[in-house]
Design a binder for this molecule. Structure first.
Ligand code: CP
Length: 317
């Protein structure tokens, strides 16, 4: 694996899931693999789970890790080619990334979308520029349109939880939120479930919240949330802002919040969320505090997903 920025970087999802689950059984089984290697984790935006789980994963492989909060502590970076840098940006990625490529063996980057410039966001300008100029493997810690470490974690969690000899019904449902959020978790979840191909996959959201079809192709769209939830084995709850008329909140109907009542027609569904979650806005306390919620198991699996991916980036087959 050369980089990890989307499911397209993965040859075999099942093999990667198996590798992650093997690390879950024996965390330190490859603790010399990363000896003498350094992982740089660059955060242009906030994080808790991604930062800590990726650091633990790399340390389990024997790597040294340096976390750099670019957004708070670093120089403001310029990403546009041929920019005349007379504004607020201080250093071009073309100058910064090669230096990071000398300091580190693998470079992790978190860079959220602007939600203002759809063309730049959907071309993944920032992470692409790092890949172009760093000269070392790049690991997405969540980019403008995708969150592949989260999605790998989600597949791992579904696979280890679902024990029946049939395809699970997985429902991705939009939920209300107070802020305009990126589409990346939903895009990425759709992309991975479709590529995995082992589930009946339904997406439900209000009018105007369609996601980019290049990620959702293969899923069934059901506009009625109650219908979508019928017989669900897994319900993945997530807010996203509008994609077509980019980055807006058109509808924040609280009726879309997932409640215990809405779970009744499901197959006693396990409820997933990438976290952080706005309680009683996206998901009710009654669900989050119930046995249906597997959000803690899901977040804990972030370590094993990251460990499997980093071991691949280090060249371990
Ligand atoms: N799910 C997730 O990426 O969490 P953080 O934003 O806390 O890293």
């Amino acid at each position: 694996m050369k980089n990890f920025i989307s499911v397209a970087d993965v040859d075999n999802i099942d093999a990667l899931v198996a590798k992650a689950l093997a690390f879950k059984k024996e965390a330190l089984k490859s603790q010399t693999l990363g000896a003498g290697k350094r992982l740089g984790l660059l955060f242009l935006n906030p994080s808790m789970r991604t930062r800590l789980s990726t650091q633990i994963a790399a340390e389990n492989l024997g790597m040294k890790v340096i976390v750099f909060n670019v957004g708070q502590d670093g120089w403001a970076l310029e990403f546009e080619d041929e920019a005349i840098m007379s504004g607020n940006t201080v250093e071009h990625v073309k100058d910064a990334a090669p230096i990071l490529g000398k300091y580190f063996d693998v470079l992790g980057i978190r860079t959220f979308p602007s939600l203002q410039n759809k063309v730049d966001d959907y071309s993944e300008l920032y992470i692409q520029q790092f890949m172009k100029y760093a000269g070392i493997p790049v690991l997405s810690l969540e980019s403008a349109t995708l969150h592949p470490l989260q999605s790998l974690t989600d597949i791992i969690t579904i696979q280890e939880t679902f024990r029946e000899q049939r395809r699970p019904r997985i429902v991705l449902t939009w939920a209300p939120h107070v802020k305009a959020l990126p589409q990346c978790v939903a895009n990425s979840f759709a992309q991975w479930v479709n590529a995995w191909g082992k589930a009946d996959f339904v997406i439900t959201h209000p009018e105007d919240y369609e996601l980019d079809e290049k990620f959702t192709q293969g899923a069934t769209y059901e506009p009625n949330q109650d219908k979508a939830l019928q017989g669900a084995d897994f319900v993945y709850v997530k807010n996203w802002s509008t994609y077509t008329d980019y980055g807006r909140i058109y509808n924040n109907d609280p009726a879309w919040m997932l409640t215990a009542k809405k779970l009744e027609p499901t197959n006693n569904a396990r409820v997933m969320h990438c976290l952080p979650v706005r309680r009683n806005v996206e998901l009710s306390d009654a669900i989050l505090d119930s046995a249906n919620s597997i959000v803690t198991q899901q977040a804990s699996n972030r370590v094993w997903a990251a460990q499997a991916v980093i071991s691949e980036l280090l060249g371990n087959k």
